[in-house]
Design a protein around this ligand. Structure first.
Ligand code: ACO
Length: 376
């Protein structure tokens, strides 16, 4: 391979395009959606407003929000056909696999799938935002031998998800912590899953295909799957008194510590302080002091020994656990939110599309002659 070729492994540090959707600022550990700091959005807006902002570029006025909420609530039910398909899923399949298949089914059923106009794609995005929580909740109930609960159009997006999972809505403080996590997970520029969606969109494929691809990329524990891995890790540690020794052993064995490190943020993830606050609130409500102690020890030790900061998945994992969600639902919940970012990027890609097709420097065998099978 030629030394002259400058290969950027993992596309690290490569600018592949421009975007108006979000700005990740490594220098100041900050993140804005359409110019608004994510911390302010988490404090002052509900997720529905953030979804509107990501798609439309502006926060909704009261009337616009009411119209948008009505649309989202109308589209929530996924239909009996899909429920029947989901009944056939292997009960031990990972919920990211069942979600990937169910979203693909939505694309099969939608007569507008092939319409790539901005209007049709926005409508399909709203439908996916409305229906993905229903899929995640129905899948959770079916795998636990329970019947799905129909969405309640009187409830907001976050409240309705609790209702469809557990048949009840928890205290407003719990719903707010969940809603904050959705806002923080909604969008993050050219992360691996969003880039996957943009690559698919760049071939002028359909928006369902782009989302299905995004789900596949998000599943991996180096990306969205880390929120589940964090909780498995905390359960393995089990006791805060064992946390430091466990971490030192992990570092000595050169094993990854899940929920730490980030490709872009090397001095701290902009979203962590807001989500940590929500996690602490959850721990107060649910008597989860043990997890807070463990969190603090792991964070302190990782910083002292490796100078690596936690990422958003570190506080989100235990927060979702305290909310009562099964661990394999954590990454599907991430999808419930990131669907907004993925689809906004698909629409942005379509506005000014160029096929994404990088080069590879060939590093294999020199050219050779094919021999017929009898002579090999
Ligand atoms: N645990 C232990 N060591 C780590 C970790 C970690 N979590 N993260 C980075 N490092 C080390 C690497 O081993 C490497 O060490 P070396 O230079 O001695 O080889 C050094 O820090 C630099 O790390 P890179 O691997 O070069 O960082 P990269 O940008 O490629 O990876 C990634 C980023 C994939 C997120 C990585 O930090 C990681 O695997 N973290 C754990 C998984 C995780 O939490 N992912 C969630 C990401 S956030 C999100 O998707 C919402």
């Amino acid at each position: 391979m030629s030394d002259a070729i400058d290969i950027k492994k993992g596309l690290a540090g490569v600018y592949a395009d421009t975007t108006k959707i979000s700005k990740v600022m490594e220098e100041t550990n900050s993140l804005t959606y359409r110019g608004y700091p994510v911390q302010e959005l988490a404090a002052l807006c509900k997720f529905e407003e953030v979804a509107y902002l990501i798609w439309h570029g502006e926060l909704p006025m009261r009337e616009q929000l009411m119209h948008f909420e009505r649309q989202e609530r109308e589209h929530r039910w996924i239909g009996d056909d899909l429920i029947e398909v989901m009944r056939k899923f292997r009960k031990t399949a990972h919920p990211m696999d069942t979600l990937r298949t169910a979203v693909s089914f939505l694309g099969v059923q939608d007569p507008e799938t092939e319409d790539n106009s901005p209007k049709a794609n926005l409508e399909k995005s709203i439908k996916m935002m409305a229906r993905i929580p229903t899929i995640v909740a129905a899948d959770y109930r079916l795998r636990n031998g329970k019947e799905p609960i129909k969405p309640d159009p009187k409830l907001g997006f976050a409240e309705n998800f609790f209702h469809m999972c557990f048949g009840e809505v928890p205290a407003p403080e719990v719903v707010k912590c969940f809603d904050v996590s959705l806002t923080l997970y909604a969008e993050h520029s050219f992360n691996a899953s969003t880039f996957t969606s943009r690559v698919i969109a760049s071939t002028t494929s359909d928006i369902y295909s782009a989302v299905v691809g995004g789900i596949g990329a998000l599943k991996g524990p180096l990306h969205g799957g880390a929120n589940e891995a964090v909780m498995h890790m905390m359960l393995e540690v089990d006791d805060p008194k064992k946390a430091e020794a466990w971490l030192l052993g992990n570092i000595a064995d050169k094993r990854l510590v899940m929920g730490f490190g980030h490709r872009v943020y090397k001095h701290g993830d902009s979203r962590v302080p807001t989500m940590k606050k929500a996690f602490l609130e959850m721990a107060k409500i649910k008597n989860g002091q043990k997890w807070v102690e463990m969190y603090e020890i792991l964070e302190r030790t990782m910083l002292a020994k490796k100078n690596i900061h936690p990422n958003l998945d570190f506080p989100t994992g235990p927060a979702y656990y305290l909310m009562g969600f099964d661990i394999p639902m954590f990454t599907p919940i991430f999808v419930m939110s990131r669907i907004t970012g993925w689809t906004a990027h698909v629409m942005e890609q379509n506005e000014d599309n160029k096929l994404i097709r990088p080069l590879a420097a060939y590093d294999g065998s020199a050219q050779r002659k094919v021999l017929p099978v009898a002579e090999r």
